[in-house]
Ligand binder design. Structure first.
Ligand code: HEM
Length: 197
């Protein structure tokens, strides 16, 4: 968590409700995605490499979303067309998320913000943070999960820009994949009945 003045970014503040996941269940989830101490070391290294490239990374991801009508639909305003202000506001928090993903401490504040991000993709909270009136009330869970692939595939060339060995780039990439899968799994929680999650 970093102190920022990004609109709508509430990580570590009392506005964020507690995550329902227990410490024991979270430990098992980390174990399931094979995330260990070595991965944390590689994630920190990834943060150093990605930090100065955040805007270029966001250009790639926004380019991908913008090129796919079924995805950019979720950023539509009341008229059903892409809302540039909404895209811009989310972009700032997305940039911070890249930094947070690499710096994650996996503590309660972090877990609580994962719960919040999940909610912001569902009808419970989508559009609330930026006061948007949108034709899309929620992001379909199938795309949330499927998006792990472009978010992971496209990061590799950026990881390779830091002057690390090919083996270290692979290790950073594997750690990134685990960290993103872990988060999207947590974000799926508000989509489903508690007994199913
Ligand atoms: C919000 C990441 C999938 C559309 C966000 C935020 C992040 C993020 C970091 C901002 C969280 C905050 O407010 O602090 C991701 C990741 C995904 C994913 C890592 C999957 C791996 C998707 C997909 C769509 C989407 C598939 C559909 C195109 C949105 C929208 C918001 C948002 C519209 C703003 C929600 C609001 O109104 O607050 N996402 N996202 N996301 N994302 Fe995603």
């Amino acid at each position: 968590m970093t102190q920022t003045s990004i609109p709508g970014y509430t990580y570590g503040t009392p506005q964020v409700a507690p995550s329902p996941i227990s410490d024991a269940d979270f430990a098992l989830l980390k174990q399931t995605v094979l995330l260990g101490d070595e991965d944390l070391r590689h994630l920190r290294a990834a943060g150093e490499v990605l930090g100065p490239q955040v805007e270029a990374i966001l250009d790639v991801w926004y380019g991908f979303v913008g090129a796919n009508a079924h995805l950019v639909h979720y950023f539509s305003g009341a008229d059903g067309r892409p809302d540039a202000q909404y895209l811009g506001r989310v972009r700032q928090r997305f940039g911070q998320w890249i930094r947070d993903t690499c710096a994650a401490q996996y503590d309660r504040a972090w877990l609580d913000y994962q719960h919040e991000i999940g909610l912001r993709h569902t009808a419970a909270k989508k559009n609330h943070t930026d006061g948007v009136v949108s034709t899309a009330s929620h992001i379909h869970l199938r795309y949330l999960i499927a998006f792990i692939v472009p978010i992971t595939a496209t990061i590799k060339p950026f990881l390779a820009n830091g002057g690390h060995s090919a083996a270290d780039v692979d290790a950073m990439h594997a750690a990134w994949f685990k960290a993103v899968t872990l988060q999207v799994t947590l974000w799926s929680e508000p989509y489903v009945a508690p007994s199913v999650f």
